[in-house]
Design a protein around this ligand. Structure first.
Ligand code: GLU
Length: 309
């Protein structure tokens, strides 16, 4: 069979077996920015008759807020979301991550690095300079970095179009295992998406610059990367991103319909006056019927106001 036929068959399989996901980190409760990612990923998956999985990215205990995972799940339910299958918790996936690390190390694709943030700052203004690349360190207490290949610096995004990264910080050898022994987000997210069969990743544009790294990992692990859809960020009046770490307020379930309407408007979708008075589930159902990918803004959008009346 010629190779174009093989790739067409693979593409058909992907479109017929659409798997998307929402993957919040429990570093705080759901805020308006994360609702955008939940809503966008849900609507895109469901409009394509796909599955929508929920994964709790509790891979970083120092940043985790106690009880946040439970609250996130409860909030999603209150907002009318229904996910397919069991929830996957990254905290239970260490074996899979470590197997990937071992295999990459055996293939000499990653290396140990003992440099502190401060040293990297002093030597090269915070951009990693491959100081440990050829030092042959073998120390379980050191971090592990992957030797990045600049050929992966660009990719096509289904919403934003061609994305290209050329800043030194975006192209440095990045960490896959931290000095504190925790597996890094970049690695965990790729291993999980591969193992869960996720082939359409819809998420906030704050993760745009992670995508080249993740695509490179897909390449090293011999897997086809997913299609990416990076949703416009919500920014405050000063242009700063709303994020859990900046203590943006949690979205309250008793105002679920209000927030869903605002989130739909943020995603460039038509919101009828009547939406405000129907249940979250009904809003999701109607939004699904009316969903238009081509009206989703390509750039960040200023937040309306944080508090609902
Ligand atoms: N866990 C990440 C977050 O909450 C999202 C990861 C992803 O969607 O790739 O920001």
């Amino acid at each position: 069979m010629d190779s174009s036929l093989i790739s067409t068959t693979k593409e058909n399989k992907r479109e017929n077996n659409w798997i998307g996901r929402f993957a919040p980190s429990p570093s705080g409760q759901l805020h308006f920015g994360s609702l955008i990612a939940a809503l966008g990923s849900y609507l895109i998956a469901k409009q394509n008759n796909g599955k929508w999985l929920l994964r709790i990215e509790d891979i970083d205990p120092p940043r985790e807020v106690e009880g946040a995972a439970k609250q996130i799940i409860q909030t999603l339910e209150n907002f009318g979301f229904e996910w397919d299958g069991e929830i996957l918790y990254q905290s239970q996936r260490n074996l899979a991550y470590q197997q990937a690390i071992d295999s990459l190390y055996q293939q000499k694709l990653i290396y140990y690095c003992k440099c502190s943030r401060k040293q990297i700052q002093q030597r090269n203004q915070g951009v990693y300079d491959q100081f440990c690349l050829n030092r042959q360190i073998r120390d379980p207490l050191a971090a592990m970095r992957i030797k990045f290949n600049d050929a992966f610096s660009s990719f096509n995004d289904e919403i934003k179009g061609a994305c290209c990264f050329s800043q030194p910080a975006d192209l440095e050898d990045f960490i896959v295992k931290r000095r504190d022994g925790l597996h890094a987000y970049q690695l965990a997210v790729v291993i999980d998406d591969i193992d869960q069969g996720v082939n359409h990743v819809v998420r906030g544009a704050d993760l745009l610059d992670s995508t080249p790294r993740q695509n490179f990992l897909y390449h090293l692990l011999n897997h086809q990367p997913p299609r990416y859809y990076h949703l416009p960020l919500v920014v405050d009046a000063d242009g700063n991103k709303l994020s859990k770490s900046k203590f943006s307020p949690a979205i309250e379930s008793h105002k679920a319909s209000y927030y869903l309407c605002k989130a739909l408007a943020h995603l460039g979708q038509k919101v009828e006056e009547g939406y405000y008075h129907i249940s979250p589930k009904e809003i999701l159902k109607t939004a699904l019927q009316n969903w238009q990918l081509n009206t989703v803004p390509k750039q960040s959008v200023k937040h309306f106001e944080v508090n609902a009346n």
